[in-house]
Write a protein that binds this ligand. Structure first.
Ligand SMILES: [Ca+2]
Ligand SMILES: [Ca+2]
Ligand SMILES: [Ca+2]
Length: 315
């Protein structure tokens, strides 16, 4: 009997623990219409771009124009070829997007009002890369920015790096982040943008060329640091523990300094203040032995400088 009760309790406990967690997703997705933007003037068929997000996963996204459902998709990115055929010209139309998550919650975008132009747009847009500038040395994450304008509307801007589409933007500001880490030092790369207006006219920006310098130092620093012995002086006799002093300078900052004795690294410092001073123990050297000394200095951009070679005699 007790055994039976114990079994029932066990089963109940098991069922209960299975049913326990699972927090129900009651939060609807967020949705936004990226293109057309508010007030856009559309002159031909365009790509509608909708962004939607849900923490619990998306089921589908669809959109309406003037209250009538036009299209839907279950896979991101939510871009739709949109035909303006049948839409009245010169009047405002309202577009709205909806997104449904896997639990059936539905979220709606803000409405966007656009106008279908009476006549076809035959004037192409204008576009130029405004950041970086041609000839610039770039590193790390580079924010590429294009300026695009049209007498009616810009539909999309594509960014090309070395002739390949790297990214696109449908909303102002037209920009993308280019991660240059992993790209070989001191290599040249071309960048241009292509803008498409609401009439599907295209324009290409002038091509700019930049040089990638992905090390950690300031971009464009090509000046090597310098090192100059203040003490000891060349051809002098030293004894015991010598306080070596070296003036280290750079146009930006000295990152590392290294002291070499007879070609062997003996002392180093990170971000040394000038003058760089340290104690050099010569008591392990044989009496009357001669030793060569020099200092190497590096800046954060990887430029290297070397002091002159100096010879001292240990007494
Ligand atoms: Ca949700
Ligand atoms: Ca135009
Ligand atoms: Ca430098």
């Amino acid at each position: 009997m007790f055994k039976y009760i114990f079994s029932v309790i066990s089963v109940l406990f098991l069922l209960n623990s299975c049913a326990l967690p699972e927090i129900e997703d009651v939060i609807p997705p967020v949705a936004a219409i990226i293109y057309p933007y508010e007030g856009a003037v559309i002159s031909s068929n365009v790509d509608v771009e909708i962004q939607a997000y849900d923490t619990g996963g998306m089921s589908k996204v669809w959109y309406y124009v003037d209250g009538k459902k036009i299209d839907e998709s279950t896979t991101a990115p939510y871009n739709f070829a949109f035909s303006i055929a049948g839409l009245d010209k010169k009047v405002e139309h309202v577009m709205m997007a909806a997104a449904e998550d896997k639990n059936g919650n539905i979220g709606y975008s803000a409405p966007v009002t656009f106008v279908v132009a009476e006549t076809a747009d035959i004037i192409p847009p204008q576009v130029a890369i405004v950041n970086p500038v041609g000839g610039q040395v770039v590193e790390g994450i580079v924010n590429i920015v294009a300026h695009a304008e049209d007498e009616r509307s810009i539909q999309k801007v594509f960014f090309y790096i070395d002739g390949q589409v790297a990214d696109s933007a449908s909303a102002y500001p037209y920009s993308m982040n280019w991660n240059t880490s992993g790209i070989s030092d001191s290599t040249s790369h071309t960048i241009f943008a292509k803008a498409i207006d609401g009439g599907n006219n295209e324009s290409i920006s002038p091509v700019i060329t930049v040089t990638v310098y992905p090390r950690s130092g300031p971009a464009g620093d090509n000046t090597a640091p310098t090192a100059l012995f203040l003490y000891p002086i060349n051809a002098s006799i030293v004894t015991g523990t010598v306080q070596v002093s070296v003036d280290v300078q750079d146009n930006v900052a000295v990152h590392t300094a290294e002291f070499y004795v007879d070609g062997a690294l003996t002392q180093s410092a990170t971000e040394p203040a000038a003058p760089w001073s340290f104690n050099w123990n010569t008591t392990t050297k044989a009496d009357s032995s001669q030793h060569s000394l020099y200092v190497k200095v590096y800046d954060a951009a990887g430029n290297v400088g070397t002091s002159g070679l100096m010879t001292v005699t240990v007494q």
